[in-house]
Ligand binder design. Structure first.
Ligand SMILES: Nc1nc2c(c(=O)[nH]1)N[C@H]1C(S)=C(S)[C@@H](COP(=O)(O)O)O[C@H]1N2
Ligand SMILES: [Mo]
Length: 328
């Protein structure tokens, strides 16, 4: 059975991308079972609203909007209060748009549709996926997570997304893979920070395969019950809440599975201050400030920092017998 390409965003994507990308995506649909799942009726319904004529408008539509809010997974709740949305959505680290916190309006220039995600490296076959199709194929859920920036501020947010392990399954990795390297988009015309040549763009992060397949590692597509706003790293960002915030890379375009440990963006800038492991640890000070306490964003209160940001039970075993990963 062939998918009838009747949806507005599919027409646009076909026009906007190379054959190579297009056919790989078709392969993805097949691999993920979408071709067999009989999605055709949904496609026809989407086509009947007449939107396919207006490709400009179609490009800005989120075909997965109805997946939000996703059901909350009760295994990931918090005792801490959720940070106010108006606070967390106007205080962001996203150096592509400036080395300050007020990047939310500049980030709106980022075009997130169409958006290709490449899965390559030591995999059976490299894949290029349309991000909307990827999100459509994934089981979305909501999780309440703490987030702790290395700068000693913290927030608590309801992320929507899917387990990183689902993406690893899809990738069909070869034996010998030990790490995953992730990369953010590169477009200095839109992201003015990327003209600051002293930074090693594009932003890169990495995890061990054990970290990426830990239950807590989460690929985020939404927040506060809605699709992810751009300043949070739309259309796809990472959340690894037991690590300092810089590990949670935003606006991902590439996952590369490899035997070799990748060098992260901040590690390349200053490995002594922002190491590869970056596990939250109140007892290991940053060379320039203490990590013993953290400020809860928007409250003016400081609370003690917790080892692994409060997630020791879930992740401490990953680092047993190895002192180094406790921080740098
Ligand atoms: N591509 C990219 N990802 C990034 C960053 C960045 O500058 N660029 N900043 C990191 C840092 S330091 C933090 S604390 C979090 C901030 O996420 P938030 O703005 O959604 O709170 O994103 C992380 N991911
Ligand atoms: Mo951060």
């Amino acid at each position: 059975m062939l998918v009838k390409k009747t949806r507005p965003w599919e027409l646009s994507e076909n026009q906007a991308t190379s054959e190579h990308i297009f056919f790989n995506r078709r392969k993805f649909l097949k691999t993920s079972g979408l071709l067999a799942a009989g999605v055709g009726s949904g496609l026809l319904a989407a086509c009947e609203d007449g939107a396919e004529a207006d490709t400009g408008r179609a490009l800005s539509l989120d075909p997965n909007a109805s997946k939000y809010p996703a059901a909350r997974n009760p295994n990931f709740t918090l005792t801490r209060e959720i940070t106010r949305e108006d606070v967390s959505s106007r205080y962001n680290n996203f150096y592509e748009f400036g080395s300050h916190k007020r990047i939310s309006s500049a980030a709106q220039d980022l075009e997130i549709r169409p958006w290709q995600v490449v899965i390559d490296g030591d995999v059976a076959e490299p894949l290029t996926l349309d991000c909307d199709e990827l999100i459509k194929a994934m089981p979305l859920e909501e999780r309440l997570y703490r987030h702790r920036c290395v700068e000693a501020w913290a927030m608590a947010v309801p992320w929507t997304g899917f387990p990183f392990s689902e993406l690893v399954k899809l990738a069909n990795i070869k034996s010998g893979v030990r790490y995953v390297r992730m990369e953010t988009f590169m477009n200095p015309d839109v992201a003015s920070g990327q003209n600051q040549f002293w930074y090693p763009w594009p932003y890169v992060e990495g995890l061990t395969l054990d970290e990426a397949t830990n239950d807590l590692a989460f690929l985020v597509t939404g927040v506060y019950g809605k699709p992810l706003p751009k300043q949070f790293g739309a259309p796809l960002r990472l959340a690894v809440p037991w690590k300092y915030g810089f590990k949670s890379i935003k606006s991902i375009v590439r996952f590369t599975f490899t035997a070799k440990r990748p060098v992260s963006f901040w590690e390349e800038i200053n490995a002594a201050e922002y190491g590869f492991w970056a596990n939250v640890n109140p007892d290991v000070a940053h060379p320039r400030w203490s990590q013993a306490t953290e400020e809860l964003l928007g409250t003016g209160t400081r609370v003690p920092t917790q080892l692994f940001n409060g997630y020791a039970e879930q992740v401490a075993h990953l680092y047993a017998g190895n002192n180094q990963p406790l921080y740098r």
